[in-house]
Design a protein around this ligand. Structure first.
Ligand code: CP
Length: 310
């Protein structure tokens, strides 16, 4: 049975197939309206979320299925000391597939190890967020026609941003993608991504501090928020939080066909005035996230069915 814990759990070919399916769902949603009749998704969210939890639930409902779950650890038996391993053993009797978000890196892997149903990592600490990456890839592919031959600037909190780590992990597998990593010194890309994923694979990348110096070179600008919840000190967060603010003045130096993405939620890092620029595509990412999550649910349920028949 297949789980989705990291973007690398799908090969490039499987990822392309999944994005094709998400596109198909987008253009012919009625064809998929009943393919999960009688199925249930459990959303186990030990950390806050708006988009990921609601879009998983919307994805299942769009296909005729139902949802159950919790949206904070405090309303689950985690408060009584129940482990993730025991929780997933129990939930495996209630649902057909599960999406789990947890503040501890690796918690979805523990869930997968003890699960009787497919597990999707819906974000684990500062580690990975593979379904956000699939939404990012779908958006880039729909905008540019392919996932190769472009320069992407990734700006903001590259240390704690799990969407950044997953996106880099996924994009290094495509030819001629160049990375400009834009962050304050304190929030530079985490060591394993720089060394094991970029350097060891011979990927072209630069680390810089100023967005203004590089914005004219970019085909995609991926903005991220400073991850308040991962900071040990409030003072340190306050010092970093408004380090980058993309506004119309900065955007005037960018290419006419540079697209702006952001996994959201946004705080101050993209001024609201930018939302009406045709290059701002972050709300399209939100829409695509539902289609890719429908595709993930279908793909993993199919794999569970195949595994059960063996
Ligand atoms: N992009 C994302 O993960 O948003 P939420 O935290 O609202 O789920």
């Amino acid at each position: 049975m297949k789980h989705l814990l990291s973007p690398l759990d799908f090969s490039v070919e499987e990822t392309e197939k999944l994005l094709d399916l998400a596109h198909e769902i987008r253009i012919t949603p009625e064809k998929y309206a009943h393919c999960c009749d009688g199925k249930k998704i459990a959303t186990l969210f030990y950390e806050p979320s708006t988009r990921t939890r609601l879009s998983f639930e919307a994805a299942m409902m769009n296909m005729g299925g139902n949802c159950l779950g919790f949206s904070e650890a405090s309303s689950s038996s985690a408060t009584k000391g129940e482990t993730v391993a025991d929780t997933i053993r129990v939930v495996s009797h209630y649902a057909d597939i599960c999406a789990i978000r947890h503040p501890k890196e690796g918690a979805p892997k523990v869930a997968a190890d003890f699960s009787g149903i497919p597990v999707v990592n819906a974000g684990d600490g500062g580690h990975q967020h593979p379904t956000q990456t699939l939404a990012d890839l779908m958006t880039i592919r729909e905008l540019r026609g392919s996932l190769d031959n472009f320069t992407i600037g990734i700006c903001g909190d590259l240390k704690f941003g799990r969407t950044v780590h997953s996106l880099i992990n996924a994009l290094v597998r495509y030819p001629n993608v160049r990375f400009i990593l834009i962050s304050p010194r304190e929030l530079r890309i985490t060591g394993y991504v720089r060394d094991d994923i970029l350097t060891d694979n011979g990927i072209e990348f630069e680390e810089v501090e100023k967005l203004e110096d590089m914005i004219d070179q970019l085909d995609i600008l991926y903005m991220t928020r400073v991850q308040k919840e991962r900071f040990f000190s409030e003072d340190e967060y306050l010092r970093m939080k408004d380090y980058y603010i993309l506004d119309n003045e900065k955007l005037s130096h960018a290419k006419e066909d540079m697209y702006i993405l952001h996994p959201l939620p946004r705080v101050n890092e993209i001024a609201v005035e930018v939302d009406s620029d045709p290059r701002a595509k972050y709300f399209e990412q939100v829409q695509n996230a539902v289609f890719v999550r429908q595709a993930v649910i279908l793909t993993l349920l199919e794999s569970a069915k195949t595994a059960a028949s063996l």
